[in-house]
Ligand binder design. Sequence first.
Ligand code: NAD
Length: 333
Amino acid sequence: MSDKIRLAVIGAGQRGPSHARAIQRCQETKLVLVCDRDESRAQKAAIDFGVGYVLDHREAIQRDDVDALAIATHTRHHVEVMRDVVQAGKPFLVEKPYAADVGLGKSVCEIAERNGVVAMVGFQLRFTPFAQQIKVLTEQIDLVQANVSLQRGFFNPQYFFAEHYSGILDALSHTIDLALWWTEAPPVEVIAHQQTGLFKPDKKAVEFTNILARCQGGQMICMTGSMAGLKMQNIFQLVGTKGNISALDQSRIRYLTHHGFKEDKIPINLQEGEWYNDGQAGTGMWTHFATCVRDGKTDVSPGASLREGLAGVAVSQAAYASSKERKAISITL
Ligand SMILES: NC(=O)c1ccc[n+]([C@@H]2O[C@H](COP(=O)([O-])OP(=O)(O)OC[C@H]3O[C@@H](n4cnc5c(N)ncnc54)[C@H](O)[C@@H]3O)[C@@H](O)[C@H]2O)c1
């Protein structure tokens, strides 16, 4: 292996080029190839980043000068590419959500785990100081309830289709991942209500969603999102038996911790604090991925493992089914 981890980016739509840029900025990684089965996209990315291109992902995987892969195809195509990468035993980072179906995702996750392949899901928000600060704080409050929101403006056309991971769920998958990561318990049941096709009736993408997930330890996560929330602030509220945390967008966190309540209402040893964001994710995810590849580390934390990514897919898929069937959906991972 050369000094830098040499990467090929598969998929040169919207996300692939932003990975290519981050890989070129990161000290530990080097972009050597781009791949898209749409030749005009592959060619454009190759020119933009000054590297070669191929049209077939299997060719990119087989290349001796490619140490690892960044998979940024569409969510409905990730598993097919992942299978080939896992078979070749090469490390990879795959975009979220990584499977259109939890069963398909599980099968490739299990093969990767069995074969000891270094694999990470591209949940880059885990590498922000904001998310990491909340992670530290949630460990102190005995988390019971999380209320998180993602209100956004409209997305590009490739996110409008009638599937559980469509529309707002594409971006909400980050919020779902953070909530599950902070909660540290697998989801076991989901109830949801969703609105599809209010803005684009012919597409039937999920435009508004309210999801309630119950986790194995009894923790409850409420996730709200829409594509009509242009310029709205997003709220994160995490409540436990030993404190609480609230945050607006990703810039400011207020928290308090205690040792329980005296006379049912007076917090014992109450500590209060505030935290302000002082940095962005930068290339942290790629630096970390490169370290895992170099050290052959299959525990990719704080990055998201395939198994953790699967929990998010399961919540999204169960939410879609729950809304359609008007009933609670159990999750077994
Ligand atoms: N982490 C983030 O913040 C973030 C942001 C945007 C998108 N995403 C995710 O990134 C992924 C890609 O999104 P996008 O908007 O770029 O999609 P897109 O549809 O614009 O691009 C996907 C590209 O992959 C190509 N492709 C598909 N299968 C291929 C194969 N087998 N070999 C080579 N090329 C192939 C397509 O031709 C297309 O150009 C999605 O999973 C999306 O959810 C993540």
